[in-house]
Design a protein around this ligand. Structure first.
Ligand code: ARG
Length: 577
């Protein structure tokens, strides 16, 4: 149980004993200011109102019944009826000790791990990954890491766009290329491949005819078309996997669950929705009309699930997909990481799946949406010439910038050391810049900010981590040498130690809401609190050995927290920089 849960339990118990309903909410929050203690209960006012009682009177009753002496040494009523809780230093110290001695820093693990499908990254075949895929890929991967750490059965689902009518022209073009360039071809530049295929399709009627013919053949399972299609998928995914590796993202080839795998389900879905009277024919197409969504004219919105020419749509695939994830993967929770423009699409898909009883209401369906990545001019992030920025180009630039920066800071590094640090810093900076912003809004991509060693950045945290390690190195001490107990005499020690044991509730929030920025803000706090602790409380030159050991323990827990926290974000640490 994390501190928030523990205090919720204690305060609620007292509220119930004071006459509140058993469903009363203590609303425990971390206090924003030291004078309000470490935590505050904000739920007294609302409950008192329900009970028809003055809030301060209820607060007084709650304090009378409250059993909290083991955790807190001061509890007071403030303002109209807030309860401020001041944790006991000895209890905080003890919790630090426990965290330090447990292998997952004493994080509360769920009583019943869930099967959670995380739908993320999802680039399209025969196209190179661009910055538009960055947010889904790295926020999704952070979620994967956090939920896996908690012991959930996490299934990564890379819903790549590997199906659709464009494959006719892509196959026709691949064939043309192969004929011209002998057998072994490599799609060094997928982007121009796609563009060239499209150009041929638009300009060459013979080619276009062939392409249309290939679409039909591919969909009916023709072996030649299938093989060519496979080639396109393999070439694209091999390149994407290399990019994932570079990004330190955990997606592998096995996680590819593209749109194509649902293809065989689609005719059955359409027939079933028709039979259930959910889908009707309209202008030759098959449409599901939803009363819950209104179009501009105020009429029920129609979701097309089969076009007049027999083709299926993105929505049809997603309806099949959610059914599959429930039935075959036994998902209990599905999280989609796509940008906010796909919100309505997903809501409609889920609604249809619910109406058709493909998935039960108990299945948790969540869209963890995000805004766009903007340039410094506030417009969507583009190259100078206005093209979309390829992900690999972006990472190349990050590497170049980080190399110059690290080399200037530390000229003595060997090339090998330099390369390792640059990899951690460059990729870390790009990822952290994204992860540290609230995902629901757009954010401005700014090289100078993200690579700065000051402020809430990856390099700052990575550097803070190396500083803690260097203390141990300097003293010739390892974790195994730590003895004695943690004691918290000064404010700085207490502040750091208190924040350290809030790792548990921080992770709980991130796991529930898919908000890595909360973890970033937390780690940044830890790094700054450590820094002021270190400046004010000598560690290696402490007055006595007992104090030195206590402070080394806080330093050790700081390092572990930073390392595990950054790992959850998919950001590497180095031993020196
Ligand atoms: N490939 C899609 C795109 O690039 C994203 C897929 C998201 N997942 C899903 N199940 N629809 O927009």
């Amino acid at each position: 149980m994390n501190i928030q849960q523990l205090l919720t339990q204690r305060i609620s118990q007292a509220m119930i004993m004071a006459g509140a309903n058993s469903d009363c909410d203590a609303l425990i929050k971390q206090s924003a200011k030291v004078q309000f203690g470490d935590y505050q209960a904000n739920g007294i006012m609302a409950t008192a109102k329900k009970m028809g009682m003055p809030p301060r009177a209820l607060a007084e009753q709650v304090l009378k019944h409250l059993d909290i002496d083991d955790i807190a040494d001061k509890v007071e009523i403030a303002g109209p009826g807030f309860i401020n809780i001041f944790l006991k230093a000895s209890w905080i110290a003890e919790q630090n000790e426990i965290a330090l001695n447990s292998d997952k820093l004493n994080i509360t693990l769920p009583a019943k791990p869930q099967t959670i499908v995380i739908d993320y990254s999802a680039p399209n075949v025969a196209k190179e990954m661009h910055v538009g895929h960055l947010r889904s890929t790295i926020i999704g991967d952070a979620s994967v890491r956090v939920l896996s750490f908690l012991g959930h059965n996490v299934i990564r689902a890379n819903h790549v766009g590997d199906w659709g009518t464009q494959f006719g022209m892509l196959i026709a073009y691949l064939e043309k290329m192969q004929n011209e360039h002998a057998n072994d071809m490599e799609l060094a530049d997928l982007e121009s491949f796609y563009r060239a295929a499209k150009k041929h399709y638009d300009e060459d009627e013979v080619f276009a005819e062939k392409a249309r013919n290939y679409v039909v053949k591919l969909q009916s399972g023709d072996e030649y078309c299938r093989t060519m299609w496979r080639k396109l998928v393999d070439i694209t995914m091999t390149q994407n996997i290399a990019t994932y590796k570079r990004l330190n993202v955990t997606l592998s080839l096995n996680d590819t669950m593209g749109e194509s795998i649902y293809n065989s389900m689609l005719p059955g879905i359409v027939a079933d929705l028709k039979q259930k009277k959910l889908a009707v024919e309209s202008d030759g197409a098959i449409v599901v009309f939803l009363d819950e969504f209104k179009n501009k004219e105020g009429e029920p919105m129609g979701v097309i699930i089969q076009k007049r020419d027999g083709g299926y749509l993105y929505a049809t695939t997603d309806i099949a997909c959610v059914k599959y994830r429930y039935e075959q993967l036994h998902a209990e929770r599905i999280i989609y990481y796509t940008d906010s423009r796909q919100h309505q699409h997903l809501e409609q898909v889920w609604l249809i799946a619910h109406k058709a009883k493909y998935v039960p209401e108990s299945l948790k369906l969540e869209h963890h949406m995000f805004g766009m990545m903007l340039g410094k001019d506030g417009k969507p992030f583009k190259t100078r010439s206005g093209d979309t920025v390829k992900l690999n180009d972006l990472l190349d630039e990050a590497t170049e910038r980080a190399t110059a920066l690290i080399r200037a800071k530390n000229p003595e590094l060997t090339n090998k050391e330099l390369a390792q640090i640059v990899d951690a810093v460059a990729i870390g900076a790009v990822k952290y810049a994204d992860l540290s912003k609230n995902r629901t809004t757009d954010y401005v991509f700014d090289w100078d900010n993200m690579l700065s060693f000051e402020g809430n950045t990856a390099p700052y945290l990575q550097y803070a981590y190396t500083r803690v390690l260097s203390i141990f190195k300097k003293a010739g001490i390892t974790d195994d040498d730590l003895t004695g107990t943690v004691s918290l005499a000064s404010d700085k020690e207490r502040a750091l130690a208190t924040r350290l044991i809030q790792f548990d509730e921080t992770i709980a929030t991130v796991a529930a809401e898919g908000t890595p920025h909360v973890l970033c803000a937390y780690l940044y706090d830890i790094a700054t609190l450590f820094s002021s602790f270190y400046e004010n409380c000598p560690i290696l030159t402490a007055e006595n050995d007992t104090l030195k050991m206590s402070r080394l323990k806080l330093a050790s827990l700081t390092a572990k927290t930073l390392k595990i926290g950054l790992e959850m974000l998919g950001i590497k640490t180095v031993e020196k920089m």
